[in-house]
Write a protein that binds this ligand. Structure first.
Ligand code: BES
Ligand code: ZN
Ligand code: MG
Length: 526
């Protein structure tokens, strides 16, 4: 019977609608369809209102449409709703059978100077994520989201909040797919769609980071990315193989790759968004170690599985380019990702070995677990000398010391350019995925140029002290561009619950900040 009703539903013409029986069916069909529809609405905290509640325009409309039932129920259930906290109501509207009301904090929040974050946007992201997740968990498949005062932030939050990497689990254990849409007035549809796209691109980075290393080898990383980019205009992808890497004399990169039976890949992506194809590009470089066991300087077993995410730098720069190209931001971008595994076969690089990088500098590899800098050394030199970039930014899960310094609050940025820093920093305030500046002092350079056998040593003399800074000082030896920034993302690689709209697991941070940065500088350079 249910199947018959469902079938008839999609085949009803106006003529038969007059038939009583059909009318009955229609009503049953409509209820059956609408049963699954939910809505996420926001409410602000206020001090002056006696009720302590201020509805967003969408919530206000909904309250009127239900003849004040929404505010009645909110009062019955205790009127205040702190930011990020939610209540579920059922059956107060015919169309939206489930309503998630989420606290948005203070309406006047804006940019918090001390926190260096746009709290209004951040609260909207959180509310959208919390509400959408809650409705999905009770089986709602169609969810409309209140844009509140920022449809883009709502889209980002909803998309990021619903992400789950569960394709390796059996069907019954996977999260159901949900259709998200913008509630109410469609004037802000463009911003909403931009938000969804940004969330989806960050989710692509998260997926690549979550994927187990046996499924995401260097070759497979490149394949996944290339197939994601095929339909995009003005994007060209090139997969460089080991022979090309050898011809370029990237022996620093190759010294890491040699310990694994998986061949290395150097993936290059170009997006020409400027009408002037020759306008200097933004070059993005990402560390792509698809698994890092540490090599002969092997890591402890505990949590070693997390090192499947050691290609996070490559994932976020690729995801940022995907967003930039999809949004058709007018800028030229080149994305460079050296990809390999850091393992221990019989040919693995040994502590004390000396290798020569593409720029001719020799490196004593005293710790094979400080491998990220060896890949990046060659990629940064190649990037600076081959593309004459307007700016070059690399992202890397480079040091545990970075996580010790800042935790997961912000990505650490080491840069030789105040202008580049200011733009990146401003971008982070808006996206909520913040950056914090770190030093590139000569003090640290001294510790990596003091090598017994070579020009450089791949670890600092002061052992663990200032580990993130000595790693950055090492990279600086390979940079010839005047606007360079190194983003150490080791501390922000994973999320527990610090960012409420990003669930537990690999974070894909700071994909959105990179996109925001690119769109901010686009006008100046294109
Ligand atoms: N991939 C790690 C850094 C890392 C640690 C990222 C934890 C994310 C979470 C990197 O290759 C590494 O092992 N770095 C060493 C450097 C040291 C040997 C100088 C580290 O941080 O211990
Ligand atoms: Zn590593
Ligand atoms: Mg390592």
């Amino acid at each position: 019977m249910a199947a018959l009703i469902a079938y008839k539903c999609s085949h009803i013409s106006n003529a038969v609608r007059r038939n009583y029986l059909t009318l009955l069916l229609v009503r049953r069909c409509t209820t059956a369809q609408k049963e699954k529809k939910g809505i996420v609405l926001g409410i602000f905290e206020t001090d002056n209102d006696v009720d302590g509640i201020a509805f967003t325009p969408s919530a206000e409309n909904f309250n009127q449409r239900t003849s004040g039932k929404l505010s009645e129920l909110l009062h019955l259930s205790g009127q205040t709703l702190k930011k990020g906290k939610s209540r579920l109501f059922y059956g107060i509207d015919k169309e939206y059978t489930s309503v998630a009301v989420v606290g948005l904090g203070k309406q006047s929040a804006g940019v918090n100077e001390l926190e260096e974050i746009n709290e209004s946007k951040e609260n909207i992201r959180t509310a959208a994520a919390v509400g959408a997740r809650q409705l999905r968990d009770i089986g709602i498949k169609d969810i409309e989201i209140d844009p509140s005062t920022d449809a883009q932030a709502a889209g980002e939050g909803a998309s990021l909040g619903l992400f789950a990497y569960d394709e390796l689990k059996q069907e019954s254990k996977r999260k159901p797919h949900v259709n998200l849409s913008l509630h109410g007035n469609q004037d802000s549809l463009d911003q909403w769609q931009k938000g969804i796209l940004l969330g989806d691109c960050q989710n692509f980075a998260r997926k690549l980071m979550e994927m187990p290393a046996n499924k995401l080898t260097p070759v497979e990383f490149a394949n996944q990315v290339v197939s994601k980019m095929t339909d995009l205009d003005h994007v060209q992808t090139t997969i460089r193989n080991k022979q090309w890497i050898e011809e370029k004399k990237m022996f620093s990169f190759l010294s890491v790759a040699q310990g694994s039976n998986q061949p290395p890949v150097f993936l290059e992506i170009q997006y020409s968004g400027c009408s002037n194809k020759d306008s200097p590009p933004l070059v993005l470089v990402g560390k792509g170690v698809t698994f890092d066991c540490g090599g002969i300087s092997i890591k402890p077993a505990a949590q070693m599985d997390m090192m499947r995410g050691d290609m996070g730098g490559a994932a976020v720069v690729v995801a940022a380019l995907l967003a930039i190209a999809t949004l058709k931001i007018p800028i030229n971008v080149v994305c460079l990702t050296p990809l390999c595994e850091n393992l221990i076969n019989g040919e693995a690089v040994k502590p004390g070995d000396v290798v020569t990088a593409m720029n001719g500098k020799s490196i004593q590899v005293d710790n094979t677990d400080a491998e990220g800098r060896l890949l990046l050394a060659d990629a940064l030199h190649y990037g600076c000398t081959s593309f004459h970039p307007t700016a070059i930014i690399n992202a890397a899960t480079l040091t545990g010391a970075m996580a010790v310094a800042l935790g997961s609050a912000a990505t650490g940025v080491f840069t030789n350019s105040r202008k580049l820093w200011t733009n990146l920093y401003m971008a982070g305030i808006e996206t909520g995925d913040r950056l914090w500046r770190m030093p590139l002092f000569e003090h640290y350079t001294k510790q990596i140029t003091d090598s017994q056998l070579a020009d450089l040593n791949n670890i600092g003399k002061a052992a663990r002290d200032g580990g993130a800074c000595t790693a950055a000082a090492f990279l600086k030896e390979f940079v010839t561009c005047s606007h360079w920034a190194h983003l150490d993302i080791a501390g922000v690689m994973t999320n527990k619950d610090e960012v409420p709209y990003i669930g537990k697991g690999m974070s894909g941070r700071p994909t959105r900040t990179l996109v925001e940065y690119a769109s901010r500088i686009a006008d100046d350079i294109c």
